[in-house]
Design a protein around this ligand. Sequence first.
Ligand code: PHE
Ligand code: FE
Length: 291
Amino acid sequence: MNAADKAVNKGVAPVTYGTGDRPPRGDYTRARADYTCEQGWADYSREEHALYRKLYERQAALLSGRACDEFIDAVRQLGSANEIPRFEVVTEALYRKTQWQIVAVPGLIPEEAFFALLAARKFPVTHWLRRPEEFDYVVEPDVFHDLFGHVPLLFNPTFADYMQAYGAGGLKATRLKACEYLARLYWHTVEFGLIHTPQGIRAYGAGILSSPGELQYSVGSAEAQRVRFDLERIMRTRYRIDTFQATYFVIDSFKQLFEATAPDFAPIYERVRADKEIAAGELVPTDSVYR
Ligand code: PHE
Ligand code: FE
């Protein structure tokens, strides 16, 4: 019996994604029915706190001129870079600002459980940290990606409302069998979104903000392809999970993102379903490309 089978018997089912054959790293026997678990802060080793600090400091040094101001202003809310934060402490400040909470999870969780947490203004953060040899790249999201990448923008009221609306929209997309299209929206905004500011293009997506290489490439490279945000276009666009994005989508403001995604998606899903998919990196005639 492998580790995955054991987890099914003892706790909730472990979650895999993509096509990898590795079992997921997390211990799903520790999770409750809603997939949340204890952070287990006392179990982090001194080496793990030190690794977190190295990740934090490398990334913090790259933020100026690349991350959006909303992110830079909020990143200090994560507390000292010296140790992995206690989720309760971050939650206290976050709850005061936008009524969001951070909850620990053993790793990736099923779509429906994820949507339900977001709809309740709870953001799931993986409790474990990558290993030292994964300093530059980790396949599954870890506490550094989830916390450093995602949590600062939850301090922004408009973005925080967008995330809750996304969770509620996910539960609806599940009923409409449209999760694939909604997942593309998440990927191209929450994970890899760029924003146009008076100072220039900046990053707000967590996948970018937690990766040194992609932060420099997506914002700074003349080769990166940047296209104006277009909801239906994004829902038609396939994405890659194993390389830098071939195209980044650029919003003008979080208000634009919130308002563009407020309408009922049911008829939009039907149009997208009937329309042709767009390959990662492909341009279409309606695209407005940033130069
Ligand atoms: N408006 C979407 C719907 O009706 C819900 C949603 C909002 C989805 C924001 C994503 C982001 O399904
Ligand atoms: Fe993420």
